[in-house]
Design a protein around this ligand. Structure first.
Ligand code: ING
Length: 300
């Protein structure tokens, strides 16, 4: 067996008035808890440094000034990088990226246990809309504030694990995981911010958690990979988002799950050989897949 201590750090609400320094202190506290429980890597949520600002209508320039990181690392997050390197713990962190050229992405990075950024991902499946829905109780303006990611779904070797990453809505699309599993990913890590209320139709609230878990469990099993998902949740300035952060085994079984909607660390000592039987005898891509019959998937 190949054991790897993996933690998911779920975050409770980040409110509009919470500054980055206070948020980074929370992340450092959870990093320390994870380290104390023998984790070698911690998964933080999507847009972990700020409130989920796409729920508000504002000009792009205002959003980019208030909620985007203009460099990574930067003085606000440097303490997190320093503590992670001191403790020898890697992490995944989601944040809003503004590039020097002025391009805007919903981004995540993987930092290894030496404090080096070893991988970057820019969100591809952007949900929501770009117009101001004045009738809606809140907005979901990811299509306004972010460009579609231009880095693809890639897999990185970090801390002796071959891991891929994605962000939030990506987890609902099977192509996300298959493309990374075809690159021999053993683990996919991701963060999410999922509003409980659906602004498009009157969806029963419990379905948000149901569809969230089905997406993670089915894709873990169907690709024979571990999946770790960290939510930012609870009520941000009155807007509720679901928790249920989980670590899912290649069998599709949930091996760790949060029980609250505040900052909460869950840890599992995952066995990376657990997926080998599934990838060898059930989802053996080389033996059983027929790409010549799948072409419709890659057409518009
Ligand atoms: N949030 C939600 C998510 O994919 C959503 C948006 C929820 C889309 C439920 C469809 C159904 O979890 C983000 N940030 O993608």
């Amino acid at each position: 067996s190949r054991k790897f201590g993996l933690a998911v750090a779920q975050m409770g609400p980040v409110h509009l008035q919470d500054d980055r320094a206070s948020v980074v202190r929370r992340l450092i506290d959870m990093l320390r808890q994870a380290h104390a429980r023998q984790a070698r890597m911690v998964v933080f949520p999507e847009l972990a440094l700020t409130t989920f600002f796409p729920r508000y209508w504002m000009e792009k320039t205002e959003a980019e000034a208030r909620f985007f990181e203009h460099a990574m690392p930067n003085p606000d997050v440097q303490p997190l990088f320093d503590e992670a390197r001191r403790l020898g713990v890697g992490f995944y962190l989601g944040y809003a990226e503004l590039t020097p050229e002025g391009r805007a992405f919903n981004t995540a990075i993987i930092v290894d246990d030496k404090g080096n950024i070893v991988g970057k991902y820019r969100k591809i499946h952007l949900p929501g809309h770009d117009d101001h829905k004045t009738e809606a109780p809140f907005q979901h303006l990811e299509k306004k504030f972010f460009e579609v990611g231009d880095l693809g779904f890639r897999v990185f070797d970090a801390m002796d694990v071959r891991m891929g990453m994605c962000l939030c809505n990506d987890r609902r699309w099977p192509e996300t995981y298959r493309v990374m599993a075809l690159q021999s990913a053993e683990l996919v890590v991701l963060g999410y911010n999922t509003p409980s209320v659906n602004i498009h139709w009157n969806e029963p609230v419990h379905l948000r958690t149901t569809t969230h878990l089905i997406s993670l469990q089915a894709n873990a099993y169907q690709n024979g990979i571990w999946v770790a998902a960290a939510g930012k949740c609870g009520s941000e300035d009155g807007h509720h988002m679901i928790g249920s952060s989980v670590i899912v085994a290649p069998t599709g079984e949930i091996v760790a799950r949060t029980s609250g909607e505040e900052d909460e660390v869950i840890v599992a000592d995952i066995d990376l050989t657990l997926g080998e039987n599934l990838r060898q005898h059930v989802f053996n891509f080389a033996k059983h897949r027929s790409p010549e019959h799948y072409r419709l998937i890659v057409e518009r």
